[in-house]
Design a protein. Structure first.
Length: 198
């Protein structure tokens, strides 16, 4: 996220803003894919929290949230299934054609149709993303690529400074600290200087 946005607090607004920025600025398809996955993940978490609240209202005893998470299935309601039946689709996160199609679809929904975040999330609920772990790993590997020549060489290839001085380094040091005879004649000064450097 860039400096103008606050971190997402779980409502998905910051992520949706980032997605809108990516689709409007023609960011690489993988950026949009990762942002869509994060938006979908946050929406699923909010649905789970709603499920927990409803469960607590129905039950007097509170169950372990982890146990409930295992039992919970994030299925759309019957009304949502009827409303969005044409959107049921599978997306392979490793397929670049799928990434490009998803970016195009997000542009259409966000820029052309100006759909709100809630509608995008409701539609994404009917998408099934496959190979998500591999896509996230690939992105992490890309961000871990060296950013400079020094990083590319790696720490093991860069020689550490040694405490031993080479004979050339010692000779140059002696020339630098050696007292020079003062002279008022320019020719003698130039000759003395050239003799020291050779």
């Amino acid at each position: 996220m860039d400096g103008g946005h606050s971190p997402d607090i779980g409502d998905g607004r910051a992520v949706f803003t980032q997605l809108r920025k990516y689709v409007s600025e023609d960011a690489p398809p993988n950026y949009a894919l990762q942002t869509v996955l994060r938006l979908n993940e946050l929406a699923a978490e909010r649905r789970f929290q709603f499920f927990l609240q409803e469960r607590v209202k129905d039950n007097a005893k509170t169950e372990d949230a982890n146990t409930l998470r295992e039992q919970w299935t994030d299925e759309p309601t019957k009304e949502q299934q009827e409303k969005y039946q044409g959107l049921h689709s599978y997306w392979d996160c490793q397929n670049s054609a799928h990434e490009e199609r998803l970016l195009k679809l997000m542009k259409e929904w966000i820029l052309d149709q100006t759909l709100p975040q809630s509608e995008i999330e409701a539609r994404l609920h009917h998408f099934h993303f496959e190979n998500q772990g591999e896509a996230l790993t690939e992105t992490t590997e890309e961000t871990n690529k060296p950013k400079s020549y020094r990083d590319a060489l790696g720490a093991n290839m860069i020689k550490e400074a040694t405490t031993e001085e080479s004979t050339e380094a010692q000779r140059l040091y002696q020339l630098c600290v050696q007292q020079v005879e003062p002279t008022l004649q320019l020719r003698d000064a130039l000759m003395m200087k050239t003799n020291h450097c050779s």
